[in-house]
Every structure is written in structure tokens, then in C-alpha cells.
Design a protein around this ligand. Structure first.
Ligand code: ADP
Length: 452
């Protein structure tokens, strides 16, 4: 427990002993000197050795000053925290000022230490784990919650954090904090089935503050949500296949009553929509389960771009847009070809869908030596900037009616986001209402491949 720094009492009451100027104190010295000189001159006249007596008076005054100097030096070197010796004249003033500023400094210091102590006590009382890690990655300080949650022990002080929290995901996060602004969710190494969310902040060079909390409940709820969507999508698949099979058979019959034909066509289009929805949900749930995806194939960009361009032409038949292709990079991509092709194609079909007939769509691939950019630019309906932050949420639509009309499931951009996340890439959107949009996928250097 912290003991407040002792602040000694002032010998003289600060409020009472106030000096107006150095001159006030210097006057005391002059008075003393004058006193010595008067006495010396009287004695000098009396005994007939005037100058000798005057010299002796100066000598006495000098000795008296030397004594004061000695006392000041002794106090500063040996007992700086004690009450200073009671001196008169300028030495007294000097001592008093040194003592006063020293005392004020100690009061401020005591307040600071008190503040640090209070901050520390509140951190100790937290349910969340807090840990200080120095620039050599050694653990400097932690609170009791860190012991419970992360298994830190008293002996770990000064040990490298990476020798204690050794999960590869943590090491990866530790080395690239800036790439995971939301922190890291990891399995607890202390309790089976427990999950912790870890967030680190760098300060003062390479020191770090680690903050962690138990998120098992949230993880379980999220898992329940995923399982539910996954199960229900699987369960819907079979009845939908049966339904669409029969509907297709009936629709194709030539002798069908025209009234029924229209109804069957509508049923067919709705079952197709449901099928697309179920497939997208299943794809999303597969994407969330990161391990199932191979992400290290070399994808030849010229051939992928040409393939996407051909598909776009096929989809564009009903829309009649002008389509352009710009390839301005020698880099290929490292990733999962099927997933990336599906994400890119989602962006392209959106651009075609959300552009009124006769627009221009430009698909591009370029780089700036540091990052790779896949872009889709359209001259379509655009998006009000207020929608942009929520665009990649599941089922988020700017205009639900229009989106349904175009046969969208509302999951396209959510799928794109997940595919990109798994490739350490991200999506940037620039858009102006009624003028068009640019969807830009940004790939980091480590995802670019150049055959030498
Ligand atoms: P949807 O299946 O409805 O198209 P997405 O997830 O692909 O769902 O897109 C979400 C919403 O973003 C769309 O409903 C649409 O409002 C908007 N959007 C996507 N791409 C564009 C675009 N190129 N231009 C205008 N709006 C777009």
C-alpha cells in the first residue's frame, strides 16, 4: 500500500513570514555590519587603533557570513528534508526560498503519487484484465483480473509476454496491432471453453497497455446465432428443391391454363429468390468459419478479369450499359480464387443492377507498388453517404423495394466484406447520389504476387 510522501511542517508560518524584496533581508545584514563598525570605531577611537578595529569589524562580519554559508551548505547536503537553520539576512532569505519551493514541489509530488495510487487502485478493482508491457515486451504490471483471465502469475514480472501468451493468433496480433483495430478474440489458455477479447494500445514508443475481458457469453450467443442460421438454411434447402422442381415442371407444361401460368411463373421467381437467399446464407456461414477456406492460391489477374468481364457482358444484356475493362498492374493476387471471384462478381452485378439503362461500368485492376486495387465504377443511382457505414451489414438496403425488384438478397456486400476480411483486404466506397459509385477493394502488399 502506498504511504504518502511526508511533507515536513514549516518552521516558520509561511503566511506570516513574507518578504517583500531581497532588500528587506539585505538590510538586516547592513544593520549588523553597521553595528559592528560603530562598536569597532568607538573602541578604535578609545584605544587609538581605529583602522585595526574597523578591519576587525569587517573580519567579524565576514566570519559571520562564512558561518551562515557553512550552515546553508550543511543543510542542503546533509538534511535537505529537515527544517532549515534559522538564519538572518540574505542567507536566511535564500534558505527560506529554497525550502519553500522544495516544499511546494513535494506537495505536488505527493498529489501526483496520490493520483497514480488512486488510478492504480481503480485498475486493481476492475473485472477486466489490464497489463502494462514495456518496450522490450516484458510484463511490467498487471491487475488481479489478469491473473484470473490470462493466467499471469507473480513470477511472470519481467518475463516476455510472448512466452506466456503463446497462441499464434496472439503473436500475430501482437506484431501487427494496427491491422486489427478491434482487437483479438482468443480461446483462454486458463479455462477450457472460455473466450477472451484482447485489445492492445501502444504508447510512449513501443510500450503497450493490454486490456482483456471475458466474452464467453457473447461468443456462445454468436455461435448460437450462426448455428441457427446454418441449420435453418440447410433445413430449407430440401423443401425448396422439391418445390422448385414441381413448379418448374408445371410452368413448362404447354397446355397449362394462362391464369395458372402467371401464378406459376411468380412462384418460380420467388422460389429462385429463396434459393438464392439460402445459398447466400450458407456461403456467409461458411465464410465465417475461416478454416474452411484455402487462401494461398495464385490467381492470375488478367485471366480472372477477362472472365469477370465476359460474365458481366452476359448479365448486361438486359441493361445495355457500356462496359470497360482497365488492367494496369503486373501483379497477380494470392488468395482463394472461388471466393474472390464471387466477391468481385457481386460488386460488378450490383453496379450493373443499380445503374439505369445505358450507363457506363468500368472494371479495373491496378496498383501503386504498395497496394493492389480492384475497382468497379458505375454511373448509376449512387448512395447517400449516410448509408455507407452500414452498407456491408446483412440485409441492409438503401432502398428495399428497388433491391427486391432487382432480385437482391441483401447479403451480397456482407459476403464481399467477409471474403475480403479473410484476405486482409478491405472495401472503400465513394458515391454520390444520382451520379454513380466507385467500389474499391484494397489488397495489402503481402497479397500481391509478381512472377520474376
Ligand atoms: P442486394 O442484394 O440488395 O443488392 P447488397 O448487399 O449487394 O444487397 O447491397 C446492399 C445495398 O447497397 C443494396 O440494396 C443497394 O441499395 C446498395 N448498393 C450496392 N451496390 C450499389 C451500387 N453500385 N450503386 C448503388 N447502390 C448500391
Amino acid at each position: 500500500m502506498y504511504e504518502p510522501y511526508p511533507v515536513p511542517e514549516l518552521a516558520r508560518d509561511l503566511k506570516q513570514v513574507r518578504y517583500s524584496s531581497l532588500w528587506t533581508f539585505a538590510k538586516q545584514d547592513f544593520r549588523l555590519l553597521a553595528f559592528f563598525l560603530i562598536i569597532a570605531s568607538l573602541i578604535g577611537f578609545g584605544i587609538g587603533y581605529f583602522w585595526i578595529c574597523i578591519s576587525l569589524a569587517f573580519l567579524l562580519f565576514f566570519l559571520q557570513q562564512m558561518r551562515s554559508l557553512y550552515l546553508v551548505n550543511d543543510w542542503i547536503s546533509n538534511r535537505p528534508y529537515d527544517v532549515p537553520p534559522n538564519l538572518h539576512g540574505i542567507w536566511g532569505a535564500l534558505l527560506f526560498n529554497v525550502y519553500r519551493s522544495q516544499r511546494q514541489e513535494r506537495i505536488v509530488q505527493a498529489e501526483m503519487v496520490g493520483l497514480i495510487d488512486r488510478a492504480q487502485s481503480s485498475l486493481v478493482a476492475l473485472d477486466e484484465a489490464v497489463m502494462l508491457i514495456d518496450e522490450n515486451h516484458q510484463i511490467e504490471w498487471w491487475n488481479p483480473a489478469a491473473e484470473k483471465l490470462l493466467g499471469i502469475q507473480p513470477l511472470d514480472r519481467g518475463r516476455n509476454i510472448l512466452t506466456i501468451l503463446r497462441q499464434p493468433s496472439f503473436i500475430e496480433y501482437f506484431n501487427h496491432i494496427d491491422q486489427a483495430p478491434d482487437g483479438l478474440k482468443m480461446k483462454s489458455s486458463v479455462h477450457e471453453g472460455q473466450y477472451v477479447q484482447v485489445k492492445m494500445t501502444q504508447f510512449g514508443g513501443d510500450s503497450r497497455l493490454l486490456f482483456a475481458y471475458d466474452m464467453t457469453r457473447m461468443h456462445n450467443l454468436e455461435q448460437m446465432r450462426k448455428d441457427f442460421v446454418d441449420n435453418i438454411s440447410h433445413e430449407l434447402r430440401t423443401p425448396l428443391t422439391v418445390l422448385s422442381g414441381y413448379i418448374e415442371t408445371f410452368t413448362d407444361q404447354e397446355d397449362i391454363n394462362p391464369r395458372w401460368k402467371r401464378a406459376f411463373e411468380q412462384m418460380q421467381s420467388q422460389t429462385r429468390r429463396m434459393n438464392a437467399l439460402v445459398n447466400d446464407l450458407l456461403l456467409l456461414s461458411r465464410l465465417e468459419n475461416e478454416k474452411t477456406i484455402a487462401k494461398n492460391q495464385i490467381i492470375e489477374m488478367p485471366s480472372l478479369m477477362n472472365q469477370l468481364f465476359d460474365d458481366a457482358h452476359a448479365y448486361n444484356v438486359d441493361y445495355g450499359h457500356t462496359l470497360n475493362l482497365n488492367i494496369d498492374s503486373h501483379y497477380d493476387l494470392i488468395g482463394s480464387d472461388v471466393e474472390l471471384a464471387s466477391a468481385f462478381s457481386n460488386l460488378i452485378t450490383n453496379a450493373i443492377k443499380y445503374t439505369p439503362k445505358g450507363g457506363t461500368i468500368t472494371i479495373g485492376w491496378h496498383d501503386d507498388g504498395n497496394q493492389g486495387y480492384f475497382t468497379v465504377e458505375d454511373t448509376g443511382i449512387g448512395i447517400d453517404p449516410k448509408h455507407l457505414p452500414r452498407l456491408t451489414e446483412r440485409f441492409y438496403r438503401v432502398d428495399s423495394a428497388r433491391s427486391r425488384q432487382t432480385g437482391g438478397t441483401g447479403l451480397g456486400l456482407a459476403i464481399v466484406k467477409h471474403v475480403l476480411m479473410q484476405h486482409n483486404a478491405h472495401l472503400e466506397v465513394e458515391s454520390k447520389e444520382n451520379q454513380g459509385s466507385i467500389f474499391k477493394v484494397v489488397f495489402p502488399k503481402e497479397r500481391l504476387y509478381y512472377e520474376t
